[in-house]
Design a protein around this ligand. Sequence first.
Ligand code: DOR
Length: 427
Amino acid sequence: MTSMTIGIRGGELVEPGGRRHAELLISEGRIVDVGEGVGEGADLVLDASGCLVASGLVDLHTHMREPGREDAETVHTAALGAARGGFTTVCAMPNTTPAIDSPSLVRDILRLAESVPCRVLPVGAITKGRAGRELAPMGEMAELGVTMFTDDGTGVADNALMRRAMEYASGLGVTLAQHCEDPALAGGGAMHEGEWSARLGIPGQPAEAEELMVMRDIALSRLTGARIHFQHLSTAGSVDMVRRARRAGVAVTAEATTHHFTLTHAECRTFDPVFKVHPPLRTSEDVAAVRAGLADGTIDAIATDHAPHTPETKDLPFDQAPPGMLGLETALALALTELDLPVERVFDLMSWTPARIAGLAGHDGSLRVGAPADICVVDPGQSWTVSGRAMASRSRNTPYEGRTLTGRVRHTVYAGRAVVVDGGDGP
Ligand code: DOR
């Protein structure tokens, strides 16, 4: 870590309280001055003219693939992509090989994360090996600072085990996150069950496979008082249940991915496995419901579910290919391009609220003196064309290849260090 000072000049600060033109001066990992002209004379001056300056983005859902699938991604390459996408913190999903289900695996991830350009929060598995049979030692992982647990990739299907997990988590003060998919009803379906699966002859999984688990977990949260965070909600029915549960005071939060508000199951007509993802791409009515949930506060956060797969594993027939798509480098631009929301709401969904859900202290969106210097500087007017090859990821599976998006990260500062400068990887 360097102790050089950084000035961010010419941009508009976006904070929960509103927007204003001001400069930032950063030193030793913190904002040390805010105001007119304070960035002048810094060791490194970052030009933010025409840009929005906000707290760094926080992704609640990143697959870093390490350990086990370093051919698809590593903690280092995922962190590079995260930084380019404006993220300063990512939550590393535990569906690695082996799964992150013990303190030693948590320590491994923390060690790998020491020298990468983004904060990595290891997320622990709820059950040993993510097998859904026996609870993992969540208490021991929590002692190392783990605040969130999930069996992501699958949901915890056993009702009684999920109840016990909630009671345990609630005592520890940690959050359980759920990949809602009833395995029996999903039945191995490779896409959304509906008009397109019938036409294409690809086995589908119904919206109800997700909704049954959302419904059950709302009931269990009511029973136990435990907090539950719903991952990648994708159906109108799920959004509606979460809306009603929140109104009734149940302790639920929810995220939606960029692909679930930008793509529908009609994309699968090409049989291109790049569009295979779990939960699957849904109908345009579901997309509209997810967008409405993002707009009215039912959905708290936009997550990427960044899920790299090598070309060798992904380029298989649709029903055999693994599910998942890249997301870190396109997320902010998609939110700015596709959602008709004020930029304050976009940063709330991508930074301020996910930070709270992840238990990230001090990251409340305010760019005040003393705040951590995790900063994202984005040019909201700059257009660019998505290219998987140009990404930092070891994989190429972006479903947005060739698409023109508006909104480009110009600089990212992580822990007081300029990790992206003028769109390129920092020193
Ligand atoms: O599409 C998905 N890919 N959904 C998941 O839940 C897991 C992820 C992965 O790990 O590839």
